[in-house]
Design a protein around this ligand. Structure first.
Ligand code: PLP
Length: 334
């Protein structure tokens, strides 16, 4: 089976770049949802903790349980409130109504993305319900829809969030934390003044901002390798793989490597376009469930060491590339 290496050095480099923005490790939530964007939840949590990070964002209670020993504060984005131990994000008024008394919560505000969260108009009702339910109310957060594009929308949403902050403080909530920044928004911000940031993609080494904002150099931490299963000689004109899509233009020596769409690698996008690996080898013909064929006889091939470059080839974003890699692939820290 294919395997993944995670560079601790690059991870710490990325975290240090974020610390330069926030001024302190203590202001960072690392976002480890979805198996740490496919990098491996447990290993990433362990490394983040040894760097000195105390706060984490995950998607589910199940994820929280796996890494609870490493952090002081765990924020769960989207799951039924199960206990008083973790802090759960409130995504709607219904969430407050369904919450158990004394649950720990943070309130998500819809400042313009219109995906999840309480609108400004419903804020008064939400605060009243939180009181009625005696919830432990810790923080107020929002999420930007266009932090990674050059437009005024980002500033419009910030203004909307400022209005929310003022309102909540005016209602007498003085110990509430506020946080709005994800990776793109903290990377473009030079005067950070909130309590926390929630950084995902940047800690994994990707800066998705347009070049003019691209001042922070990050380093990808994940590399994907495949091992050789077998080699063979192909005669000119022989075809390779399902459908015989690839026809050898000359006599060649090719090998089959143990990575396929069963591992979360991609088959569809490049049926009509060659995919090129980190070592500049084209995948020949179709991707199988558990294998690909390359013109090489090396025992081990680096398929990718920069998911953003892969994303460009496949018309998607770095997030989708790494998140697709299945949990079964072995991961090692180097
Ligand atoms: C996923 C997520 C983040 C992290 O976003 P990045 O762009 O990866 O930094 C932050 N906040 C919320 C609410 C999220 O869902």
């Amino acid at each position: 089976m294919a395997f993944i290496t995670l560079s601790k050095e690059n991870f710490y480099h990325n975290l240090n770049e974020i610390v330069l923005k926030t001024g302190s490790k203590d202001k960072i939530f690392v976002v480890l949802k979805d198996n740490a964007y496919g990098h491996g939840l447990y290993l990433m949590a362990k490394m983040a903790s040894s760097f000195g990070i105390k706060r984490v964002v995950v998607r589910t209670t199940k994820e929280a349980k796996e890494i609870e020993d490493f952090f002081n504060y765990i924020l769960i984005l989207d799951d039924k409130i199960e206990n008083n131990y973790y802090t759960y994000v409130i995504n709607s008024l219904e969430d407050i109504k369904n919450a158990k008394i004394n649950s720990k919560v943070e309130l998500k505000i819809d400042t313009g993305m219109h995906r999840n969260g309480i609108t400004f108009d419903a804020l008064e009702e939400a605060l009243a319900l939180i009181k009625e339910k005696k919830l432990n109310f810790f923080g107020v957060m929002t999420h930007y829809r266009s932090a990674d594009v050059l437009s005024s929308e980002f500033f419009w949403q910030q203004k909307n969030f400022d209005k929310v902050k003022k309102y909540i403080i005016s209602k007498g909530y003085t110990n509430i934390y506020f946080h709005s920044h994800n990776s793109s928004s903290i990377l473009r911000t030079n005067n950070f003044n909130e309590d926390f940031v929630r950084v995902g993609i940047a800690i994994y080494g990707f800066n998705e901002l347009p070049n003019m904002f691209n001042k922070t150099k990050l380093k990808p931490i994940l590399s994907l390798y495949a091992d050789k299963i077998s080699s063979r000689h192909l005669k000119k004109g022989q075809r390779v793989g399902y459908g015989g899509d690839f026809i050898a233009p000359k006599d060649m020596r090719v090998s089959t490597y143990n990575l396929g769409y069963g591992d979360g690698w991609f088959r569809g996008e490049y049926l009509h376009k060659r995919f090129v690996t980190a070592e500049n080898l084209s995948i020949l013909g179709r991707v199988s469930m558990d294998s690909i064929i390359l013109e090489s006889t090396k025992d081990k091939i680096c398929i990718m060491n920069n998911a953003q470059k892969v994303a460009k080839q496949l018309n998607t974003i770095s997030y989708e590339i790494t998140t697709s890699l299945t949990t079964e692939i072995k991961r090692v820290v180097i």
